[in-house]
Design a protein around this ligand. Structure first.
Ligand code: ADP
Ligand code: MG
Length: 589
């Protein structure tokens, strides 16, 4: 093919691909424009998950009629004029691309009025072709109406996910902006239903409640830290926001949100810094949930590294990374609760109930411990078959308990060497096998709670749970829909008595939110595994000798004692042979 210049329409469609990927991207750009225009009210309406319609109305500054045509053309912006301005950006937009991009892949109508003019103006753009500017009556502010998104790019349409997923992305986006701009009133409606509405009164915790449920929102820890100006270079560095206490976790990092100077950033090392602050306080594979706001001098951030402006780069990343990590860690330790082991979970009566977790370990100590043990395991890999490669039914020999170390592992001796047992994984396995055995015999003993517990869930989770109440019944839970997203737990499986009913309910729903349609055939097993995981004893809990013995005996009686129900090893075996070799008692090979 000969080389040709692309028509401006094709070129803009290609460029639009980088910025506008899905309905939520349109919502994001339009909300950012509204916020840049100083809006106090932002109203979003969608139909068919945004495919049919996205309309964003604001009461911001508006655009004059003679600038309206310019606003929708590419590389037209009022937010920057020279390249150096990029390093003092205080607005969310600056690329002058969003409206042009949206207009090239939809039928877009923009209506706007500034305070000082009597009438408003309207322009239509269809597949990149701009119409004429017409005069029209309108309130001060701007309304952008985007219809039939991607009507002229059918390939894009094919990449869109289900309506549920696309709508969830829009929901997530608006809630996050509502959190960051808590003094702006946001409203989202889908057809005739208002699905989200915020007060704009600056109260972030009430927005968190809409997002994660009242229970969770109440427990989130407030972080408010500022770098000591005397140590820094006199520059601003602030972290505020909310993060979860160690008892509230998620199975992935999706609920960790960071804003940098009012901009939602994804894929950021800041997330890693936050997770590291929880080092050893959370189980492997669990993540905190958090909404964090970083404020920093604009010159310290490069915001122009991503077409959708979803990433930023810091001039001095290490400084910010360690600031976030330390601030969150300090917050966590200051609020750290003392968890209790529910004695009934052990099948033995134990006197002690409240246990101290190893929270006083310094960060350095924690890190040392992890590094050591992982190196140790890595060294053994060449000589030992990895534990989880053993056939899953391989029983373990009778073990002699030696004790507990680090409030996390049991040490035991067997005929063939030393065993280190992860108490959490082991207990998870034990609970799971007991529960499944009872389930297979079609009788899970259930016990009524003395006082029924009411659990409030976020709306999305509540909807999922109400569809699963009968499955829960098979497992010995008696749960009743209590209206307005709350549920009453009246009975629990005897096996779990003493455990926290609301932790159990949350465990059941939280992963449903990710799998769109839970697999019906595997659902019961997955449910069981998840609940067991949540109610099993955690690492960091001191166990009495009786509890240690009970756990070991129960584990010996399991069919698959070597892994937890999620496949992680419950134990590490240091064979006599390996020990002798390591100590040079046998000739090195
Ligand atoms: P950018 O936001 O990067 O400048 P856009 O294409 O999103 O680029 O918008 C182009 C210009 O149109 C903006 O710079 C702003 O001047 C104007 N504009 C867009 N949306 C609004 C709005 N909701 N209210 C007022 N002005 C707006
Ligand atoms: Mg913009």
């Amino acid at each position: 093919m000969p080389i040709r210049l692309l028509s401006s329409e094709v070129a803009s469609q290609i460029a639009a691909g980088e910025v506008i990927e899905r309905p939520a991207s349109v919502v994001k750009e339009l909300i950012e424009n509204a916020l840049d225009a100083g809006a106090k009210n932002v109203t979003v309406s969608i139909a068919e998950a945004g495919r049919k319609l996205i309309e964003v109305a604001d009461d911001g500054s508006g655009i004059t009629s003679d600038e309206l045509a310019l606003a929708v053309s590419r590389h037209a912006t009022s937010k920057l004029s020279k390249a150096e301005d990029l390093f003092h950006i205080a607005t969310l937009g600056f690329r002058g691309e969003a409206l042009a991009s949206i207009g090239s892949v939809s039928r877009m109508t923009m209506t706007s009025k500034v305070v000082k003019s009597k009438a408003g103006a309207r322009i239509k753009v269809e597949g990149g072709r701009e119409g004429k500017v017409e005069s029209i009556g309108a309130p001060t502010g701007t309304v952008v109406r985007v219809e039939d998104l991607f009507y002229n790019v059918p390939a894009r349409l094919k990449f869109l996910k289900t309506d549920v997923t696309e709508r969830r992305a829009i929901d997530a986006l608006i809630t996050r902006y509502a959190l960051a701009y808590s003094d702006v009133r946001f409203k989202l409606s889908d057809g005739n239903n208002v699905t989200l509405q915020t007060a704009g009164d600056g109260n972030r915790r009430s927005i968190l409640a809409a997002l994660y449920g009242v229970d969770v929102a109440k427990q989130l820890l407030e972080i408010n830290a500022e770098e000591d100006p005397s140590t820094g270079s006199g520059q601003v560095l602030k972290l505020t926001g909310y993060t979860s206490p160690t008892a509230i976790t998620r199975s992935n990092r999706k609920d960790i949100t960071f804003f940098v100077n009012g901009r939602w950033v994804q894929d950021t090392p800041l997330t890693t810094a936050l997770i590291q602050a929880y080092h050893t306080l959370l189980m492997v594979g669990r993540y905190p949930l958090a909404a964090m706001f970083v404020e920093i001098d604009p010159e310290e951030v490069d915001v122009n590294v991503h077409p959708a402006k979803a990433e930023v780069r810091f001039k001095n990343q290490d400084r910010i990374f360690s600031f976030v990590q330390r601030a969150v860690r300090r917050g966590l330790l200051a609020y750290a609760p003392v968890p209790t082991v529910a004695p009934a979970l052990w099948g033995t009566r134990v006197e002690s109930s409240s246990k101290q977790v190893g929270l006083d370990w310094s960060l350095a100590h924690d890190e040392q411990l992890t590094v050591d043990s992982s190196q140790f395991i890595a060294n053994q890999d060449s000589q030992l078959p990895p534990t989880n490669h053993q056939p899953p039914t391989a029983n373990i020999p009778l073990l002699r308990l030696i004790g507990q170390i680090g409030s996390t592992y049991l040490v035991a001796e067997g005929p063939d060497g030393l065993y280190l047992i992860d108490q959490h994984a082991a207990h998870e396995r034990v609970l799971f096998e007991k529960l499944m055995a009872q389930h297979d015999m079609k009788k899970i003993p259930s016990q009524s709670l003395l006082t029924p517990v009411v659990v409030q869930l976020p709306p999305a989770s509540a909807k999922l749970l109400s569809g699963q109440l009968s499955v829960l019944g098979h497992f010995g839970f008696e749960v009743e829909d209590f209206g307005s997203n709350s549920f009453q737990v009246r009975a629990m499986p005897t096996l779990f008595m003493g455990g926290d009913p609301s932790a159990a309910l949350r465990a059941i729903v939280e992963d449903f939110e990710e799998d769109e349609a839970p697999l019906q055939n595997e659902i019961e097993k997955k449910l069981a595994a998840r609940v067991c995981k949540r109610l099993a004893v955690k690492g960091g809990q001191t166990l009495s000798p009786d509890e240690q013995h009970a756990l070991l005996t129960d584990l010996e009686n399991c069919d698959s004692p070597r892994t937890c129900p999620h496949g992680r090893p419950t134990m590490i075996h240091l064979s006599v042979d390996m020990l002798e070799r390591q100590f040079g008692r046998r000739g090195a090979r």
